[in-house]
Design a protein around this ligand. Structure first.
Ligand SMILES: *[C@@H]1O[C@H](CO)[C@@H](O)[C@H](O)[C@H]1NC(C)=O
Ligand SMILES: *[C@@H]1O[C@H](CO)[C@@H](O)[C@H](O)[C@H]1NC(C)=O
Ligand SMILES: *[C@@H]1O[C@H](CO)[C@@H](O)[C@H](O)[C@H]1NC(C)=O
Ligand SMILES: *[C@@H]1O[C@H](CO)[C@@H](O)[C@H](O)[C@H]1NC(C)=O
Ligand SMILES: *[C@@H]1O[C@H](CO)[C@@H](O)[C@H](O)[C@H]1NC(C)=O
Length: 523
């Protein structure tokens, strides 16, 4: 890790903050350095006494090698539910290496608050996280304010761009994101239309966050995709999982080693449950479900070498028993890579857990909450405003398990002492009804093989609310970590051209026809 700068410690005695912008400038010549914005407000919205006027250090990355100066666009790539690191750098080569190069654009990528090094409550006087304070600070709205505050500083103070749309020096702003950040990208345009000129939102779970998707859609879709991949996959998986369920329910030792688990890695809370066998089935089947789903999200480009295809191969195998199928499926995906001796390879259920007190595998996000600190933060987000109704139906290839708001509320209460508020954000931002609210200039893209596509905006709502759907695409395949390459399917290849054509047209509209808006201030 190359650390070019260290965050400057603040004196919390001084209450004067904004005129003295401390800013670390990237050293030239080293690509994609880690940087910190030390003037980020801990609280943009509430003026809470506990954190009043306190600042924290937000990490971000920039890419300036293509930037042709004031008058050229700025891509704002929104960070999401994970740390960004020098290895991830600028997430999307399609943006950094292609569109930015084509348009002479600057790229700015802030880390989302409460992930990675961007910890609003770490450096402040508030040492112990008070949950009701975290509820106020850890929201998509605060994260968008972070991004827009940083953007406003960078474009004016660093890049010399005008904030006046009529000026030749005006730098149009394009927000970008895939998955949760795809939704954030659309929200950036909806909330800050005077700053963000247009949004590119890939695989954005719009319908999940507006509570308009049936809870069984997600895993049903994954089941259907599996069945088209290898006919028979559905029934074979269903039957293997059912056998394993029975084996666990009737076992004295939860059948842990027979399904490839490493010794001693059943989490304590499973043993402490009133009914450990049932709890074990629930937690194991959650691991199976999201592991399948993760394979599906990355199943691009399609081939018989993808992990999704291989999963169906395992479950349709004629030579393995049900228990062996589940064991092989999990060990191949979840065991430690450095463990090369096949006979002793095993997977640890404890490593599937997010961090923090009262952590459980079945958490806020039943498509998989993630592990470690990122998993804990995402659990919190899906326990508060980003409620995702995702369950397993009896028509899916998984063991049926109904999701309910009651279950989620119990989980969130015991985990964080918080109550989920599924409707709050959609009632505030109306992203379930973009046309009525005159929203414009958002480009939605969807990979139709992705489970998340069940909640995407998939039709053109107006001339400037446009959807592009890719039959071969998985989870934001158009914003992959590889970028355009010769293995792309025809639809994705055409998609790159269409995306570039549509955003390019909107850019030309901004530069030539936007009315003068000299007071652009939302802060
Ligand atoms: C939190 O602060 C401590 C010291 O104050 C530092 O060592 C640690 O790296 C910080 N953690 C994050 C995630 O920024
Ligand atoms: C170990 O397992 C992998 C994956 O199943 C397989 O490709 C490989 O041939 C196995 N190696 C040995 C030594 O059995
Ligand atoms: C949308 O625009 C129309 C026409 O300008 C206007 O009458 C209407 O009030 C707007 N709707 C909202 C929700 O702002
Ligand atoms: C939406 O319109 C664009 C052209 O602007 C077109 O390429 C695309 O296929 C349309 N999307 C749908 C889902 O019809
Ligand atoms: C394209 O696919 C081939 C064969 O699967 C693979 O060897 C190659 O690495 C892939 N190229 C890229 C850029 O992914």
């Amino acid at each position: 890790m190359i650390m070019l700068t260290t965050p400057v410690p603040f004196s919390w005695h001084t209450s004067i903050l904004l005129p003295s912008l401390l800013f670390h400038i990237a050293l030239a010549g080293i690509p994609r350095p880690e940087q910190f914005f030390d003037e980020q407000l801990v609280d943009h919205l509430f003026d809470d006494n506990r954190v009043r006027q306190q600042l924290y250090s937000q990490r971000f990355y920039t890419l300036d090698e293509h930037f042709l100066g004031p008058g050229h666009p700025i891509f704002l790539i929104l960070g999401g539910e994970g740390a960004i690191s020098p290895e991830t750098g600028i997430f999307y080569p399609f943006i950094g290496d292609h569109l930015a190069a084509q348009w002479g654009a600057f790229v700015l990528e802030p880390e989302h608050r409460f992930y990675g090094k961007s910890q609003p409550l770490n450096s402040t006087a508030v040492k112990k996280v008070e949950e009701n304070l975290r509820v106020k600070l850890f929201t998509p709205e605060q994260a968008l304010h972070d991004a827009l505050t940083l953007l406003d500083h960078v474009r004016g103070n660093q890049l010399g761009c005008s904030r006046d749309r009529a000026s030749p020096e005006y730098c149009p702003i394009i927000s970008v994101g895939g998955s949760y950040p795809g939704w954030l990208s659309a929200m950036a345009r909806i909330m800050f239309p005077n700053v963000v000129d247009m949004a590119y939102a890939a695989s954005a779970p719009m319908g999940f966050y507006s509570q308009q998707v049936d809870q069984f859609s997600y895993y049903n879709h994954i089941t259907n995709v599996a069945e088209t991949l290898i006919p028979g996959c559905k029934v074979a998986t269903q039957s293997a999982l059912h056998d394993v369920e029975l084996a666990i329910l009737t076992s004295d030792d939860l059948a842990a080693t027979s399904i490839g688990m490493c010794e001693g890695t059943v989490p304590d809370y499973v043993f402490q449950d009133d009914d450990p066998n049932t709890r074990m089935v629930e937690e194991l089947m959650m691991v199976v479900g999201y592991t399948f789903a993760n394979d599906n999200m990355s199943d691009y480009p399609p081939s018989t070498a993808t992990r999704f295809y291989k999963a169906c191969e395992t479950f349709t195998s004629q030579s393995l028993t049900s228990i062996e199928k589940v064991k092989q499926f999990l060990v191949e995906r979840l065991s430690r890579k450095d463990d090369s001796d096949n006979s002793t390879r095993c997977w640890a259920m404890t490593l599937q857990m997010p961090s923090g007190p009262h952590a459980t595998i079945s958490s806020g996000d039943w498509s998989g909450v993630g592990t470690g600190d990122n998993g804990e933060s995402w659990d919190f987000q899906t326990c508060t405003l980003l409620v995702e109704a995702i369950g397993f139906s009896k028509d899916s290839m998984f063991v049926p398990r109904e999701w309910s708001l009651e279950w989620l509320t119990r989980h969130c209460q015991s985990r964080f002492g918080v109550t989920p508020r599924p409707y709050e954000i959609v009632q505030k931002w109306h992203f379930d009804d973009l046309v009525t609210y005159n929203v414009s200039h958002i480009l939605f893209t969807n990979g139709l093989k992705d489970g998340w596509s069940v909640s995407g905006i998939k039709s053109n709502l107006s001339d400037s609310l446009v959807a592009l759907n890719f039959p071969n695409g998985a989870h934001h395949s158009d914003l992959s970590h590889l970028g355009p390459n010769r293995n792309d399917t025809e639809d994705i290849e055409q998609g790159y051209k269409a995306i570039s054509r549509i955003l390019g047209q909107w850019l030309r509209d901004v530069k030539s026809a936007m009315p003068s808006i000299s007071e652009v201030s939302v802060f």
